[in-house]
Write a protein that binds this ligand. Structure first.
Ligand code: UDP
Ligand code: GLC
Length: 384
């Protein structure tokens, strides 16, 4: 049978972790289509992978609607949402499978495929809980998933468990860990620091978009208790979290960390930056569905300190491949930072273990093979 015609659907034009995963997933699907609700850097990035990209006429700015918004806030937008569904119905009819890469993309795609009668796969990059979604949203998502999808792809058991706990059908779920390939960095940490004008001495880094649940504020609190340690914070407020970004800068002033903390903004060279720091911190205060930065750090050969919530414990094998600290605990984080900076003798073996684990469990090839298999089976109507 010839390759199925696939349409990948995204609500956003920005590129965060979920979209970076998609940019890998589409690799075997050059010549196929992507439908974005809004324009942005994702459109040319998908086009550079050989996809035919369509941007909705009606979706610009809709990403500013927060995903925990009440139904009342969504009602005035109903006309535009319906218009996007109409666009999706007609586009879906020209394809064999629809692949929705986010919650918003999924909800509208689910409505569209019931009219277009096409199989739908939902790549769910979130942990569905009350922390991020209102009760009504959770009910609607799970009901639509149960009735409209061939498969719900999640990146971790933590995300699967949350979906099932909300009433999602267990037999719909496929746990497909995110895959990452990072090339080894040729330059030494000292060269990179010099080139990028990074501070000398003990240096930690945080490489996540700026958002309250990502927990950068806890790192600042911990730095106040870890004298002599500097920190680079890469990432931007991609989804309307500008107030949090401002709060972080204010905290730097209030805690007198101005000479130790540098905000680098959104970067495209994260693995290179990682290889120049002494530890990568992953400080999310809510459970992380996956956390690509964990695996990126493992592949960069850098110690990881992560909060013990969501997928981190699995990825770091309960602390064998990195250090786990309780979420939101600045004291524990400061203690962990100070310990890593003292380069304990067991660290070298832990780094080797982490590298081997990242390669064996989180490769791009494995992810592509599984997802492509799911798309093929959805297209042929074989139960997946
Ligand atoms: N990232 C980036 N530039 C930055 C900060 C982060 O390219 O300045 C990347 C980071 O390397 C990782 C991704 O964004 O691949 C974030 O993915 P993750 O799964 O950790 O979290 P998300 O932001 O998707 O929730
Ligand atoms: C989401 C999650 C993150 C995950 C990424 C890719 O952005 O917050 O944990 O790694 O999607 O699946």
């Amino acid at each position: 049978m010839s390759k199925p015609r696939v349409m990948f659907v995204c609500h956003t034009g920005s590129i965060s972790g979920a979209e970076l995963v998609l940019l890998d997933i589409v690799q075997p699907w050059a010549g196929q289509s992507a439908f974005l609700f809004e324009d942005g850097p994702l459109a040319p990035a998908l086009a550079s992978k050989g996809l035919k990209v369509t941007v909705s006429r009606w979706g610009q700015g809709l990403t500013q609607v927060r995903r925990d918004s009440s139904v009342l806030k969504v009602i005035p937008l109903a006309g535009r949402l319906c218009a996007i569904v109409v666009e999706l119905i007609s586009a879906a009819r020209r394809h064999d499978v629809v692949y929705a890469n986010s919650q918003k993309a999924f909800v509208l795609s689910a409505i569209a495929v019931t009219f277009a009668r096409r199989p739908l796969i939902w790549h769910l990059h979130d942990i569905i809980t009350s922390v991020h979604f209102g009760a009504m949203q959770r009910r609607v998502q799970v009901a639509l998933a149960n009735f409209c999808t061939s498969k719900v792809v999640v990146p971790s058991q933590a995300a699967a468990d949350a979906f099932i706990a909300e009433g999602g059908k267990a037999n719909l779920v496929a746990v497909v860990p995110n895959g990452l390939d990072v090339l080894p960095e040729a330059s030494s940490p000292a060269q990179i620091r010099q080139e990028l004008k990074l501070p000398e001495g003990p240096l930690v880094g945080v490489f996540s978009r700026l958002a309250a649940w990502k927990g950068q504020h806890v790192v600042l609190q911990a730095l106040a208790k870890a004298p002599g340690v500097s920190c680079i914070i890469a990432g931007d407020a991609l989804f309307g979290e500008q107030a949090y970004a401002a709060k972080l800068r204010q905290m730097v002033d209030d805690l007198h960390l101005g000479d130790r903390v540098q905000f680098l903004g959104q970067r495209s060279d994260v693995p290179r930056l990682m290889s120049a720091v002494d530890a990568v911190i992953h400080p999310s205060i809510d459970p992380e569905p996956f956390g690509r930065t964990l695996v990126e750090a493992m592949l960069a050969g850098v110690p990881v300190i992560a909060t013990d919530a969501g997928a981190a414990s699995d990825i770091l094998e309960a602390g064998k491949a990195g250090t786990l600290v309780p979420p939101g605990d600045a004291d524990a984080l400061a203690e962990a930072i100070n310990k890593i900076m003292s380069r304990p003798p067991a660290l070298a073996a832990q780094l080797d273990y982490a590298d081997a684990r990242a390669r064996s469990h989180y490769g791009v090839a494995q992810m592509l093979q599984t997802v492509s298999g799911l798309i093929d089976r959805a297209a042929t109507g074989v139960p997946v």
